[in-house]
Design a protein around this ligand. Sequence first.
Ligand code: BG6
Length: 484
Amino acid sequence: MAAAVSSLLLFGATGDLSQRMLLPSLYGLHADGLLPGDMSIIGTAKSDHDDTEFRSLAKAALNRFIDTGRLTADTVDRFLARLRYVPVDATKPEDFAGLVEAVGPTDRGLAIFLSTAPSLFGVTIDGLSASGLTDGNVRLALEKPLGDSLETSCQINDSVAAIFPEQRIFRIDHYLGKETVQNLLALRFGNRLFEPMWNAGEIDHVQITVAETVGLEGRVEFYDRAGALRDMVQNHMLQLLALVAMEPPAHFDAQSIRDEKVKVLRSLSPIDAATASTHTVIGQYGPGAIGGQIVPGYSEELTRVSGTETFVAVKAHVDNWRWRGVPFYLRTGKRLPLRQSEILIQFKPVPHSIFAERGAVIQPNRLIISLQPDENIRLMVMSKQPGLDRDGIRLHAVPLDLGANVFTEGRRRIAYERLLLDLIEGDSTLFVRRDEVEAQWRWIDGIRRGWAVNDMTPKPYAAGTWGPSAAIALTERDGVTWHD
Ligand code: BG6
């Protein structure tokens, strides 16, 4: 691992991500003594602020997004003292001089975090390069969206690669910072138990659901250009799929893990014009109710009619020896009934039930890896209901808790805490490599072409339901029910 940097430069420092996630995460690391003692954090954005105003903005963000119990005046003050602010209009090369002055020599390392509109990536990187802020001691983190197709993603990657070698580029997918996602690696590769069963011989199918109750959340224009497939499946859900499906890496390091993930992403069976309508379902929410609250439909929130999907379900396959014939059902959507993200591994039934003649039904084992709202891992196993069984044997699926619930000490961290610390310390294992992003886009572009050729438009679903009924039919056709 490389040495920790002595400065962190945050582009987009006054934006929503910075206030909700980045500043609270940096505070969490600071409060736990995990940031280098003298590391300064320099915020930058187009808006005109000075250090004092930026510190007030940061303080307000901490008050809003961190439990008051974790905010002690002294710790907050020492954290705020790390912060400085330099206004930069990235389109004006002369503005970068102020940054150079604030950052000082880069010989003790600089990490730059770009959380700005992708249209500004190119000019920002040019400005940094022209002002000498891209030398061998500088690492660059890029927040999504990194393009909206393979072509635009390649353009962004090319412009970044012209200045930064791949080893110094840290592409963020915040799902990789989630504890349970990393725990999936521990479960698969820290136990002998699962790996012999982790294949088409033993697994019937896999479901990956990322359900959200929120709607547009003020990101109207961005979301309407992206849609659920590009906002969630292209990145987070394909990363989850890759971690479930990858071969055991030889080492726990950036190259070995990413080498295995990219093989999976390249093995995804293309979905094209011939299969888009049978393997995908798209939807858009109309008015409805969630948790007893009436909510407007997508087009009302947007104030115009739109063809963008807010829900997508996909039946994917990984074309390799291990996963031949095993469907991976993916679904994600806005305004669904629950905030629930999980991976479900459905094992095949026992080959012969000795309990059938005693009236008992056996449910095949399931492994349920929950990311949200709770982080835990449960293995559902059959167990006998205690009793004398005069009326037959009763078996029930009971959960074996394999997850983080057993670790009670330590607080749950924001995914960005892990990723920011890894960036500061130079460990790129949990960041996405260029070839992964491009394999993801290649598959997604194929689906989008399939939708266009088939004139597929989103089917309506009422907010607060699990998407259009066609999404239920997608799995029911295979005799599979979504785990709600
Ligand atoms: C983001 C998407 O990448 O992930 C958002 O752009 C989505 O639309 C968010 O709401 C979900 O993240 P999480 O961590 O809340 O599941």
